[in-house]
Design a protein around this ligand. Structure first.
Ligand code: VAH
Length: 320
C-alpha cells in the first residue's frame, strides 16, 4: 500500500497544532507536512516539515501537493464565528473558496482522503436545542455557520459526483491547553482556565446559564483520526457527523474550577457573542457517529478540568 503523505492547511490553529502532532505520531514526522499562513507554532517549530502557505493560494497548494507527493489534505483554515461576524464577506470567501479549491485539487490529483471540519454552528435558533439530531432544521444565522453547512453540501456533492473520499464532523466548542483558540464564541471555555490560574478571576463574555456543547481537544483529535481511519463503507453519510461529549454553562465550568481553586471568582459581561451562542443547540445527539464508526468521548467536565489545570500550571509556570 502506498505510503500516505498528509498536508495540513491551517496547522497553526487550535485544532491544527494538535492534529499535526497526533498525525506525526501515527504516520511519521516526515509524512506530515504542516502549513499555515503564519510562521510555525512553537510546538511545530523545527519539529518536522513546515511550509508557509495561504489557504487561498490554490496554485501554491497544488505545486506543494505535487512536489511532496501528498495523498491526503486536512483543511483546517477557517474564520470562526465571532471573527466572521466582524467581516462576513471575508469569512465567506476564505471558508468557501479554500474548500472548493481543495475539493477540486482532490479530484484532479486523486487524493485518497480529504478532511474538512464543520461545526455545531451549522444549527440555528429554529433547530431543536436539546439533543439536536443529525438530520433536522438547519438555518444558521452566522456567516461561519452558513459557510460550514454549505461546505458540508459541497463535500457531499464531490463525493457523490466524483467519488472523492472527503469526511467531516460538526465539532462542538473545543477546549485545549497546548494551542490557543482562534476567535470563536466558545473561546471563553479556554480563557477561563488561564485566568483562573493567573488571576483567580475571570469576566465571562457569555451569561452564566449559557449552555453549549463542548469537548476536550484530546477527544476531538482522537475522534477525527478515528473518522479518517474508518473503512469508507462505514461512512453512511457524507454530511458532517454530529459529535458530542458534554454540555455546560459558564457557571458550571466555574464551579468545576473552584473544586481546585476555591477562591476563584467569575463575573459576567455578555457581549455580541451572546446572540451567537443563543442561536446554537444546548446539547447534541451524536448517536449516528457512535453507530456508524464507533465514536465515544472519554472526557467529561471534571476530568477535563483536572487535566487542563495540571498542564496549564506547568505551561504558564504558575502555582496555585
Ligand atoms: C466557534 N469554536 O466558537 C468555534 C466552534 C461550536 C463553536 O465552531 O466559532
Amino acid at each position: 500500500m502506498k505510503q500516505e503523505k498528509i498536508l495540513i492547511i491551517g496547522a497553526g490553529g487550535q485544532i491544527g497544532v494538535e492534529l499535526a502532532l497526533a498525525l506525526r505520531n501515527i504516520y511519521g514526522t516526515d509524512n506530515v507536512v504542516a502549513s499555515d499562513i503564519r510562521e510555525a507554532h512553537p510546538l511545530l517549530k523545527d519539529a518536522g516539515p513546515y511550509a508557509i502557505l495561504n489557504a487561498m493560494d490554490g496554485q501554491a497548494i497544488h505545486s506543494l501537493v505535487k512536489k511532496e507527493g501528498i495523498t491526503q489534505i486536512y483543511l483546517l483554515a477557517a474564520v470562526l464565528s465571532a471573527t466572521g461576524e466582524k467581516d462576513p464577506k471575508r469569512a465567506w470567501d476564505i471558508n468557501m473558496n479554500s474548500l472548493l479549491q481543495t475539493l477540486d485539487l482532490g479530484v484532479q490529483e486523486k487524493l485518497t482522503k480529504i478532511y474538512w471540519p464543520s461545526s455545531i454552528a451549522v444549527f440555528g435558533p429554529t433547530t431543536p436545542t436539546q439533543n439536536t439530531p443529525q438530520q433536522t432544521i438547519v438555518e444558521p444565522t452566522t456567516v461561519y455557520g452558513i459557510s460550514k453547512y454549505t461546505g458540508e453540501l459541497w463535500c457531499q456533492y464531490y463525493n457523490q459526483r466524483w467519488g472523492l473520499d472527503v469526511r467531516s464532523m460538526r465539532y462542538p466548542g473545543l477546549i485545549s491547553w497546548k494551542s490557543e483558540p482562534g476567535g470563536g464564541t466558545t473561546d471563553y471555555a479556554v480563557e477561563i482556565y488561564h485566568e483562573a490560574l493567573k488571576h483567580k478571576a475571570y469576566t465571562c463574555f457569555l451569561s452564566e446559564n449559557t449552555y453549549l456543547p463542548m469537548m476536550y481537544m484530546d477527544d476531538a483529535i482522537r475522534g477525527t483520526i478515528e473518522l479518517m481511519e474508518a473503512p469508507a463503507e462505514q461512512m453512511k453519510t457524507r454530511m458532517a457527523y454530529n459529535l458530542a461529549a458534554m454540555s455546560f454553562s459558564p457557571k458550571e465550568i466555574a464551579e468545576a474550577i473552584q473544586k481546585h481553586i476555591p477562591d476563584f471568582t467569575i463575573s459576567y459581561q455578555p457581549d455580541f457573542r451572546q446572540k451567537i451562542a443563543d442561536g446554537w443547540p444546548k446539547s447534541i445527539d451524536d448517536s449516528t457517529a457512535r453507530e456508524h464508526w464507533g465514536w465515544k468521548n472519554n472526557f467529561d467536565l471534571d476530568s477535563m478540568t483536572a487535566d487542563m489545570l495540571l498542564h496549564l500550571k506547568e505551561k504558564l509556570a504558575v502555582g496555585v
